[in-house]
Ligand binder design. Structure first.
Ligand code: ADP
Length: 608
């Protein structure tokens, strides 16, 4: 068995599981609507077959009336009635069906989006940061959530196909069992052709051939405004156009080649189909000649046979589509089944802190999941209530990691973090989050008005305009907000007509303003001013140190000069806490801090 075959076999089970989940999710989201879609779908299919049988009965009745002298019978009227019913009802139901299917698709997508919000909001930062989640999310996002309702509705189609298939087979069997065998033989090539060529086409489109990858990447430069700027500046369009043209040609030729081979094979299978049909007709005609069946059944056999082979075709094309949609749906379902890594223990504590708790790191060591490098090594220190701590160190020293542990994004591998003497793991995670105001480097820009974008960090209470103004002022954001056309009511959203876009430094000030607005017992800021000049940074730090009175502030910076007023400065190097003390103490010590401080100050003076 080749590797590819094994892969396909494994997939069949997964496809079935995914389809089942997507189908059942439909019932969970919209039980009434989904039931209507299934029931009406089945009724329409069944009535379609009633059209065949009732027509055959009408024909038989007409023949018999003719033989018996021409007087119309009651049976004829009943059969005509059934015929009319079998045509009219599906026509009416089809209208409802289209509406319900549309409704189902829309509702399903809306509910899936809500499900995504619900599931993701339960995840913790370490899961979200992890490569597993990010890869899964990226893969899922290549296809919208619409793939799930597509799959659920395809399952309904397959159910309908199966019903049509079964009833057609029963009709054929009742006329002549050998007809079923013939119909199956003529359908087999269709099955193999669909399977083979659909898979080849699928592989071409989704295995991301090299040329498709090149074309996608180059095309992406023309769908993203920022990337397009580079194309203009570096005059890349001619080169990219050529690459896209070439890649498209190679790819299109591959696709067309599969279509060509498929069409040749299909002709052969059509010939076999017609041969089988001729044999089938001969068989039934013989039965008719011998008087075993009436002319109505002759007609019925013909249409039921055509129906049978037709539905096999639809069935396999539906199955191929199911396989397709299941692959994408699986990615979403996998995401929805993720569970958080960080959990709160039962009976976790929620101490009623009025003032910031004392924070103690006790011999804390840590390595990131699935890595074996110790990023923090035996770190111990204590931070008193309301103290302002600055963490300095070179890139990659472990500063961010340290505050991630404090924010309980991760738990230490060794040692513990105590807050007022309680192990952080024993404290309710949500409650701990409420005590924190954390600003990581890759913060989000909230697309809303300036006031809302500051007050968002206390989204459960109405906006306090005075506090917004104070916070903006402390972060130095008031200067540019005042100059915006609508000031604090200015929409910071370029996508809207009157919206504006801020610069990176301005967005950073907005982010710092949020920390002031949040006014948490413990504020943690990771290089909040990297895009702001040193003088402005010093001002912001001064505000953090003076205006956050009584509150604990932990601040990371790579500029030594701007943090010298902090109560304590921690120098982290290669994951170790090298020095801890006030600026004065550390300078007097003439150790690593003094060395780095002098070095930076000198460079700064040289630059100025
Ligand atoms: P700093 O903030 O001092 O620049 P970090 O705490 O961000 O340093 O990083 C310390 C070390 O941990 C670096 O070697 C970095 O590559 C590694 N690291 C950071 N984040 C992760 C992660 N999510 N997974 C694995 N390693 C990481």
């Amino acid at each position: 068995m080749s590797a590819q075959e094994t892969q396909e076999r494994e997939k069949t089970g997964a496809v079935f599981q995914t389809s089942k989940k997507a189908f059942l999710l439909g019932f969970k989201f919209e039980p009434a609507l989904m039931t209507k879609v299934v029931v009406i779908g089945v009724i329409i299919t069944a009535l379609g077959l009633l059209q065949l049988t009732s027509f055959s009965k009408v024909v038989d009745e007409i023949v018999s009336i003719k033989q018996q002298g021409g007087a119309l019978t009651r049976t004829l009227f009943i059969q005509m009635g059934i015929l009319a019913f079998s045509f009219l009802t599906p026509a009416i139901l089809q209208n409802f069906m289209s509406r319900f299917v549309q409704g189902m698709r829309l509702r399903y997508i809306s509910r899936t989006n809500i499900l995504r919000i619900d599931t993701f909001s339960k995840l913790d930062v370490s899961t979200i940061e992890g490569t597993e989640f990010q890869t899964k999310l990226e893969r899922a996002q290549q296809w919208g959530v619409g793939t799930l309702p597509n799959l659920a509705l395809l399952v309904v189609n397959v159910l309908r196909d199966a019903i049509e298939f079964t009833i057609s087979a029963i009709i054929l069997y009742s006329i002549n069992p050998r007809l079923v065998l013939l119909a199956i033989i003529s359908s087999l090539p269709v099955y193999f052709l669909q399977k083979k060529y659909s898979y080849q086409l699928y592989s071409l489109y989704h295995n991301r051939t090299d040329e498709a990858r090149i074309a996608n990447d180059r095309n992406s430069f023309f769908t993203n405004a920022k990337k397009m700027v580079e194309v203009v500046l570096f005059q890349l369009s001619a080169r990219f156009k050529k690459e896209v043209e070439e890649a498209n040609e190679i790819f299109d030729n591959k696709v067309l080649d599969v279509h060509k081979r498929r069409s040749v094979a299909t002709i052969a299978s059509d010939v076999l189909g017609v041969l089988c049909l001729l044999i089938a007709i001969s068989l039934v005609a013989l039965q008719f000649m011998h008087g075993a069946i009436l002319v109505g059944s002759l007609l019925l056999a013909f249409t039921a046979y055509r129906n049978f082979t037709g539905v096999v075709r639809t069935f396999y094309s539906d199955l191929t589509q199911i396989e397709d949609q299941a692959r994408y749906s699986k990615r979403w379902l996998e995401l929805f089944e993720l569970t958080p890594n960080m959990i709160t223990i039962p009976d976790a504590l929620r101490p009623d802190w009025k003032t910031p708790p004392v924070i103690t790191f006790e011999h804390v060591s840590f390595r990131y999941p699935e890595t074996d490098v110790l990023v923090l090594k035996n770190v111990s220190f204590t931070l008193a209530s309301g103290e302002k701590l600055a963490i300095v160190g070179l890139n990659g020293a472990g500063k961010t990691t340290l505050i991630k542990l404090l924010s309980r994004v991760y738990d230490p591998d060794e040692g513990k973090i105590l807050v007022d003497g309680i192990d952080l793991r024993d404290i309710d995670l949500q409650y701990w989050r409420e005590q924190l105001g954390v600003l990581f480097q890759d913060f989000s820009n909230f697309q809303m008005t300036a006031a809302e974008a500051i007050a968002i960090v206390r989204s459960n209470i109405p906006i306090d305009r005075d506090k917004v103004l104070r916070s903006a002022k402390m972060a130095g954001a008031d200067e540019f907000i005042e100059e915006l056309p609508k000031k604090y009511d200015q929409l910071l959203w370029k996508g809207f007509q009157d919206g504006v876009e801020l610069s990176k430094g301005q967005f950073q000030r907005m982010a710092v303003a949020r920390i002031f607005y949040r006014g948490a017992l413990i504020s943690v800021l990771d290089e909040p001013t990297s895009a702001i000049d040193a003088v402005a940074e010093e001002k912001i730090f001064e505000m953090l140190e003076t205006k956050m009175e009584g509150k604990t502030v932990v601040l990371i910076s790579h500029r030594f000069s701007t943090v010298k007023n902090a109560d304590k400065i921690a120098v982290i190097e290669h994951g170790e806490l090298k020095e801890l003390g006030s600026h004065k103490e550390l300078m007097a010590k003439a150790g690593r801090y003094a060395e780095l401080y002098t070095m930076q100050a000198k460079r700064y003076l040289e630059e100025v």
